[in-house]
Design a protein around this ligand. Structure first.
Ligand code: XMP
Length: 600
């Protein structure tokens, strides 16, 4: 690659670092992600440098930094979030803890030249930070601010240094892609192109090179990623050197395995793709587990065991085969798997220790590891995979296991929670169970707040942001749609509840109801993903269901979906009518960040 026409993105451990590169790719601008100890000589060949966000504070001992000679290279530098703070500090500005902002923030543009050329005076951007640039370095000028964060963007055109506190690389930042384009084209003066069709050929070529004379064994889940990865391998390798296995873990959605089997037959693939029922094995291994990371470890390990056994049974010599996986980029970044600085949000099951060892031994092939979901869908369509499959709602490898919250403790009670005064028409309680979130690029594992009141999405969004911006004690807000109960504060957490057949069945049935109602209203493509979650919050004898429809482009950031009120109520009432073991149905009204899409 001609680095003079591309950008270097320095990875300082941000959750969205790789997305910067991806967003640039959308703009046909090529970039390399490099570690922060990259040599100055190498950096000097690029047309510009971007410093990513990161989970640390620039004032902490040992926080990631870059060689200060970068400022003498004379090439443009753009700092994003942590990178923005780091540049300000390196140039003599002051960075300290200020008002935290997680999620949407309203940015007023003070100077719309260069970086903000073409922007409206007020735009919605996506923030995730605790520190702020409180004093700019001498020579830098403020370009934009939010109500609680001054210096939210600055520039020092003479030194060619630029900084933005928000994340232009996430789709929820209005003008984000334009800002990156302005940086690449106006400031760094780059012109280049890369087409998706060319990428298919490039990927096929690279699979052939990696696999050499070996063969590939694949676990296919019936979802988009593994199917597209499998289809790529099918294009690259002769039939006899590729074998796919679909494992029914007992944690699948209703009718999923049956539908998958008939699809295989229809497409004449049943010979290359085999189905195994391992449900008893997975469910018994998960008995008594409540920690989400532990659940993923167990599932990841079992997949490796099943692989070994299956290969033995099918007479395959392990040494001659590589394990193929449909891992996509967000799986790696949220597992803390890039340059070692990104915080672990979730260790995806395909990044468990056993698989990491196989990766180190060069025994794993992941053709999609650099891609995001929407790019994978494009690749799939280019490869001729059915749109019905490429547009499916994503379903995580560990399946319903991470949507069924467990509790190993005693039953605690929901406590009243005081909302800011302007939301006094809502009742609120702190629910003493924990779910995963991502705040300021770090993992949180905190209580949700449950609220009840009018279904006014604008207000719900404000409550959700206000609650999660207060501190890191709460990372999620759920809204009561319907339930059999008195006050929310009559809720208690069921003690000692784990993954068992009956809870999984309740969850599977609720998930199926949500899907059927959405199908009936032809709303399947109106949301990006729709997890349904079972939580041990009880109001009489049962538990609660949380609906988690979200809109996203790539799973890295997301908005909670504003489902039509009639549809929402139809889903909730049908669940309550048909499932005796459900006391209440909530809607998750949290964005990502501060919450993650899945609860675990
Ligand atoms: P989160 O919950 O991290 O989810 O916001 C982002 C996307 O990743 C999916 N997800 C997983 N997929 N194994 C997977 O294959 C996992 O362990 C896993 N955890 C989350 C999630 O469904 C969403 O699309």
């Amino acid at each position: 690659m001609n680095t003079e026409k591309s950008l270097a993105v320095i990875d300082l451990g941000g959750q969205y670092c790789h997305m910067i590169s991806r967003r640039l790719r959308d703009l046909n601008v090529w970039s390399d992600i490099v570690d922060s100890d990259v040599s100055i000589e190498k950096l000097g060949h690029y047309a510009g440098v971007i410093l990513s966000g990161g989970p640390r504070s620039v004032n902490e001992d040992g926080a990631p930094t870059v060689d200060s000679r970068i400022l003498e290279l004379g090439i443009p530098i753009l700092g994003i979030c942590y990178g923005h703070q780091l540049l300000a500090k390196m140039l003599g500005g002051d960075v300290s803890a200020g008002a935290t902002e997680y999620g949407p923030a309203s940015l007023s543009i003070i100077d719309n030249k260069e970086l903000f050329e073409g922007a409206n005076s007020d735009i919605q951007v996506w923030m995730s930070h605790t520190d702020s640039v409180n004093r700019l370095p001498v020579g830098a000028k403020e370009l934009a601010r939010t109500p609680s964060c001054k210096n939210a963007a600055y520039s020092d055109p003479e030194r060619k240094v630029y900084g933005v506190q928000f994340h232009p690389e996430v789709v929820h930042s209005e003008f984000g892609a334009d800002l990156l384009e302005n940086f690449a084209r106006r400031i760094c003066r780059i012109r280049s192109k890369e087409e998706i069709g060319a990428q298919v050929e490039h990927l096929v070529e690279s699979i052939r090179n990696t696999v050499g004379e070996a063969s590939v064994f694949f676990f296919v889940s019936g979802g988009v990623d593994s199917t597209v990865a499998f289809a790529l391998c099918a294009r690259a390798l002769p039939k006899e050197r590729l074998l796919g296995v679909y494992v029914d873990t007992g944690l699948m959605r209703k009718r999923e395995t049956e539908e998958f089997k008939s699809m295989l037959q229809e497409k004449g693939l049943s010979e290359r793709l085999l189905v195994r029922d391992e449900s008893h094995r997975f469910l018994s291994a998960l008995k008594g587990t409540y920690d989400p990371e532990e659940k993923r470890r167990i599932i990841g390990r079992l997949f490796v065991d099943v692989q070994r056994e299956a290969m033995r049974e099918y007479g395959i010599n392990e040494g001659d085969w590589l394990l193929g996986q449909g891992t996509i980029y967000p799986d790696t970044i949220e597992s803390g798997g890039t340059a070692g600085k990104a915080a672990v949000i979730k260790t995806h099951h395909n990044r468990c220790d056993e698989i990491r060892t196989l990766i180190e031994e060069g025994r794993v092939i992941e053709p999609l590891a650099e891609f995001y979901k929407d790019e994978v869908r494009h690749l799939g369509e280019t490869l001729g995979v059915d749109r019905q499959l490429t547009q499916r709602w994503p379903f995580p490898g560990p399946g319903l296991a991470i949507r069924c919250l467990c509790n190993n403790g005693s039953g605690s009670i929901a406590k009243r929670f005081i909302l800011p005064e302007q939301f006094s028409d809502y009742e609120a309680v702190d629910v003493p169970i924990r779910s995963v979130g991502v705040q300021g690029d770090s993992r949180t594992y905190a209580h949700p707040i449950a609220i009840r009141g009018p279904l006014d999405f604008e207000k719900l969004q404000k409550i959700s942001s206000a609650v999660c911006n207060m501190d890191k004690l709460h990372n999620r807000v759920i809204y009561l749609v319907s339930g059999r109960m008195g006050d929310l504060s009559s809720g208690r957490i069921k003690s000692d509840v784990f993954l068992d057949e009956s809870r999984i069945t309740t969850l599977r049935d609720a998930d199926c109801i949500a899907r059927e109602v959405m199908e009936r209203h032809q709303l399947m493509e109106s949301v990006w993903q729709f997890p349904v979650v079972l939580i041990p919050l009880s109001f009489s004898d049962g538990e609660s269901i949380v609906l988690r429809p979200v809109n996203s482009q790539d799973g890295m950031t997301a908005n909670f979906a504003r489902l039509n009120a009639t549809v929402l109520s139809e889903i909730a009432e049908t669940i309550l009518e048909q499932l005796n073991s459900v006391d209440a149905v909530f809607l998750d009204i949290s964005d990502k960040p501060p919450a993650t899409i899945e609860w675990e």
